[in-house]
Design a protein around this ligand. Structure first.
Ligand code: KIV
Ligand code: ZN
Length: 517
């Protein structure tokens, strides 16, 4: 193995599994497929597509991603239970490259309180689960949940058991985000030095961000011998989140002078992935977020601007282009024709059917009448909005609102529901409230609004609004998006998009602690 291969770090993305576990971040099958395709295009080594046993919906997601993705390895999580492993194996059958990821807690606290198992029983469960997984696939990852609070002697035994049973990757997670870098390096070093055949497997980090140390800890894991990092786009995940992929990848790339490790990630796809995940989950990226925040490459102070104009390296340690941030390009205006629009869609990577194209072109022309300059971002927002509503049971046709600072607002809404045109006029305390009340008046459920968020697609008062609505109903939470040059129409479209998702059945039960069979 060459030196550079020894320093190759596999990127294991868990946005679709650990990321989706953040409260409110649930995603539809279509959204998960879109994200998986972007991750594949980024050259992510492993995509953790879900937890197949969790629900029929999760099973379907893993299966569909396994069918669709041809380059990255597709992985399903499974507890140390035969039923979990069989379900994961079944969902992964169509995958070109499949991995089963099985885990059990190894810390004294988790074993006693959560699992109510003796250490010997846990070792037995590791042996059974990993061996069973190896009967289905050659690529098996085993994780010691809460590894950073596990006694080292027991961790050695657990890892040795997993390797003997056939695990090919060993993950030592900082499940509760408790570790600090030096300690995490030392843990990997000790395990690798003390466990027989440790050199035959790949060790992995998996860090949560409760103390804001997830990225630092992941890099520290590499210093201790780990060669896989588990992470998520934008760092989404349980509680304070997981290690952010974009930060890890760009730290390794930018500081290659002192960090000898490298990944295969196509960094120019980072921004696209970040925007997609933020839109789908409704989790806005904070402006000052490293790498993907709106201000990550903005220079406000005059002295900085002057320096950057003379030589970008004065204040920029990486180029915006290296993470896929491009200058907003002025694309077209209302005089641009069908042909130019079709070319633009092709450049942006869209392939639309005839009907979708006609409708997008009609909306593009309507936008051109109201907005002088149309940018790439405008077209992306418009087409994504149109495509997302295409197959839906309910669609917004028109929204007319009247509001004043002195009284209530009224909304006149027309929609189609299963092909029938329906109409209502409803009041609210403001125009958004009136629009949402109108939608509720036309459907027979009354979901609880958990989040309403508006974002301007470009600069200026004529910018399109991109709205996110999070609704909760019958123990299910969904996010809907809508874009339009009229903010209230965008809000109504987002609300209806969320309602459409609620109408698609997808039960989800939270898997409890393992029941070993
Ligand atoms: O945080 C954790 O320990 C996990 C495991 C299931 C790998 O997510
Ligand atoms: Zn985790």
């Amino acid at each position: 193995m060459s030196q550079s291969d020894k320093n190759h770090v596999r990127i294991f993305d868990t946005t679709l599994r650990d990321g989706e576990q953040s409260p409110g971040a649930s995603m539809t099958l279509e959204e998960k497929l879109n994200i998986a395709e972007v991750l594949d295009a980024m050259q992510v080594d492993v995509i953790e597509a879900g937890f197949a046993i969790a629900s029929n919906g999760d099973f379907e997601c893993v299966k569909k991603i396994a069918e669709r993705i041809k380059n990255s390895t597709v992985c399903s999580l499974a507890r140390a239970a035969i039923g979990d492993i069989e379900r994961a194996a079944e969902a992964l059958k169509p995958a070109a490259n499949a991995r089963i990821h099985t885990f059990i807690a190894t810390s004294p606290l988790h074993m006693r309180v959560k699992l109510q198992m003796q250490p010997d029983e846990v070792l037995d469960a590791i042996h059974k689960s990993v061996s069973r997984a190896r009967n289905f696939v050659g690529d098996v990852e085993w994780s010691a949940e809460d590894a950073t609070r596990t006694e080292l002697d027991f961790l050695y035994k657990a890892v040795e058991t997993a390797i003997k049973a056939g695990a090919t990757t060993i993950n030592l997670p900082d499940t509760v985000g408790y570790g600090v870098p030096e300690e995490y390096t030392a843990m990997f070093r000790s395990v690798i030095e003390n466990v027989p055949d440790a050199d035959k497997v790949i060790f992995s980090t998996h860090c949560h961000n409760d103390l804001g140390l997830a990225v630092a800890n992941s890099l520290a894991g590499l210093a201790g011998g780990a060669r896989q990092i588990e992470c998520t786009i934008n760092g989404i995940g349980e509680r304070a989140g997981n290690a952010a992929m974009e930060e890890i990848v760009m730290a390794l790339k930018t500081r290659a002078d002192i960090l000898p490790w490298h990944t295969n990630i196509k960094t120019t796809e980072i921004m696209r992935a970040s925007k997609l995940v933020s839109t789908v989950t409704g989790f806005a990226v904070q402006n000052n977020k490293a790498i993907v925040g709106a201000n990550a490459f903005a220079h406000e102070a005059g002295i900085h601007q002057d320096g950057v104009l003379k030589d970008a390296e004065t204040y920029e340690i990486m180029t915006p282009a290296s993470v896929g941030v491009t200058k907003s390009t002025l694309v077209m205006g209302k005089h641009s024709g069908r042909h130019a629009f079709a070319d633009k869609l092709q450049d942006l990577g869209y392939e639309l059917g005839d009907n979708a194209f006609q409708e997008c072109f009609r909306r593009f022309k309507a936008l051109g009448d109201r907005k002088k300059n149309i940018y790439d971002e405008d077209i992306i927002a418009l087409v994504d909005d149109e495509v997302a509503t295409w197959a839906n049971r309910m669609q917004v046709i028109s929204v007319n609102t009247y509001s004043s600072s002195n009284g209530s607002a009224v909304c006149d809404l027309t929609m189609t529901v299963d092909g029938d045109k329906v109409k209502t006029v409803t009041y609210g305390s403001g125009p958004v409230d009136a629009a949402f009340n109108s939608v509720k008046d036309l459907i027979n459920i009354s979901p609880h609004l958990q989040l309403f968020q508006v974002h301007a697609v470009t600069h200026g008062t004529d910018a399109q609004a991109e709205c996110t609505v999070r609704l909760e109903h019958d123990n299910r939470t969904v996010n809907g998006q809508g874009a339009h040059e009229d903010t209230i129409t965008a809000a109504a479209r987002a609300y209806v998009s969320a309602v459409n998702k609620l109408l698609v059945k997808r039960e989800k039960k939270a898997p409890g602690p393992v029941a070993v069979q």
